[in-house]
Design a protein around this ligand. Structure first.
Ligand code: ADP
Ligand code: MG
Length: 398
């Protein structure tokens, strides 16, 4: 089905054409008509499948430009808020709808000026939004559409108190849209009070990694983790690689060590000043840096064209973060590869991830690396011989 069968206005179709979008992605084809009808939505679709346009395009179509905040989009990180407002701006090029963004880590002045001029759609991170509301710069009383992007993150323990407060400040009589790559069933029941008779859209198997990403675990002993990382980088034809670490300290350490090896490296975590964060991301996007070392702050939503590889230096503690992290590659139908270093003490987390994605993830060894012994290798051999036995048995019993 082409874009022009979905009921979007000509101004939007023109912008879509200029962006080079030829046909709607599956989540766009399902969500756009329903959102245009004013329905509440819970939509899950894999990483990199165009969820921003799925909620952005029909919402832009429904609003009458009027310079009061009629639509609020909540995002978990500053970088993601900026990316979403940039996307909305590109879709609304031929409309008079105004979009704006507020997030922390930068001065209030410019944000206040923008708010004074008036916007129709506001994209925000919760903390800074509450600050502006407290200062009387923002009112949510005209909100007709409330969008929670990365909704499972927005409703987890860290964000829930702020987000609940914000939801209560919006008029009851509104449209509410939930989007994410991972939506636990619990959210649907827990959030009954937020949604009204929602339509559920599920593209692909909820919780699964994008089909365009190949991923595997690389067992290794703790002492050899860094060496294996270097070996992986050496052996890989990467154009641009995103390395995730669990801690900010490790992100800094690894980036410094890679710099010494003459890689061009940037680092992104929440202890960096916002100016440094912006520069790191911009430089990585433009190709100035071939490696970005980041904490989970970069795990969700960021759309960086051409990330060929993701390396998890540590297994993420939350299973859903795994799906989001590896989803930074393989976007918009490109292919991507994801490696996860796995040590013995991380086996439990690895098992949780396999349970979450509903599949056993391959264990791989790389050629030409002088591995120290790990118990993990034995586990592999056991499973391998079990598999061989059961195959033999399968043949006999037939
Ligand atoms: P998600 O939120 O599902 O992870 P994004 O909204 O960030 O994905 O979109 C991923 C990329 O796909 C973006 O670069 C976006 O411009 C592009 N994209 C979105 N819709 C289409 C489409 N219909 N055709 C081609 N590319 C698209
Ligand atoms: Mg997204």
């Amino acid at each position: 089905m082409p874009f022009n069968g979905l009921g979007l206005s000509d101004s939007l179709l023109k912008a879509i054409g200029e962006l080079g979008f030829e046909k709607p992605t599956p989540v766009q084809a399902k969500a756009i008509p329903l959102i245009l009808q004013g329905k509440d939505i819970i939509a899950s679709a894999q990483t990199g499948t165009g969820k921003t346009a799925a909620f952005g395009l029909p919402t832009l179509d429904r609003l009458e430009p009027g310079k009061r905040i009629q639509c609020l989009v909540l995002e978990p990180t500053r970088e993601l808020a900026q990316q979403v407002v940039d996307a909305l701006e590109s879709y609304s090029k031929h409309l008079s709808t105004r979009v704006g963004v507020v997030y922390g880590g930068v001065k209030y002045g410019r944000q206040r000026e923008m708010l004074d001029k008036g916007v129709d759609i506001l994209v925000a991170t919760p903390g800074r939004l509450l600050d502006h509301i407290g200062q009387g710069n923002i009112s949510l009383k005209n909100v007709q559409v409330l969008i929670l992007d990365e909704v499972d993150r927005m409703l987890d323990m860290g964000f829930l108190p702020d987000v609940s407060r914000l939801i209560k400040m919006c008029p009851k009589d509104r449209q509410t849209l939930f989007f994410s790559a991972t939506i636990p069933a619990a959210i649907q029941s827990m959030m009954k009070w937020v949604l009204s008779d929602p339509e559920v859209i599920e593209i692909g198997r909820n919780r699964s990694a994008a089909e365009t990403v190949t991923h595997a675990f690389y067992p290794v002993v703790q002492q050899q983790k860094y060496d294996l990382l270097i070996k992986l980088l050496e052996q890989t034809q990467f154009e641009s690689v995103l390395i995730f670490t669990r801690t900010k300290l490790n992100a800094d350490l690894i980036s410094r060590r890679l710099e010494r090896l003459k890689h061009s490296v940037a680092v992104l975590h929440s202890d960096r000043a916002q100016g440094e964060r912006t520069a790191a991301l911009k430089g990585f996007k433009s190709g100035k840096f071939e490696v970005l070392v980041a904490t989970d702050i970069a795990a969700r939503g960021l759309d960086i064209a051409g990330v060929t590889h993701v390396i998890n230096y540590d297994v993420p503690l939350n299973a859903e973060d795994y799906v989001h992290r590896i989803g930074r590659t393989g976007r918009a139908e490109k292919e991507g590869d994801a490696f996860t270093l796995l040590t013995e003490d991380e086996l439990k987390n690895a098992a949780a991830i396999e349970h979450f994605v509903g599949q056993k993830i391959d264990r791989k060894k790389i050629e030409g690396f002088d591995y120290m012994y790990s118990r993990l290798f034995e586990e592999e051999e056991k499973t391998a011989s079990r598999k061989a036995n059961s195959r033999a048995y399968g043949r006999l019993s037939r």
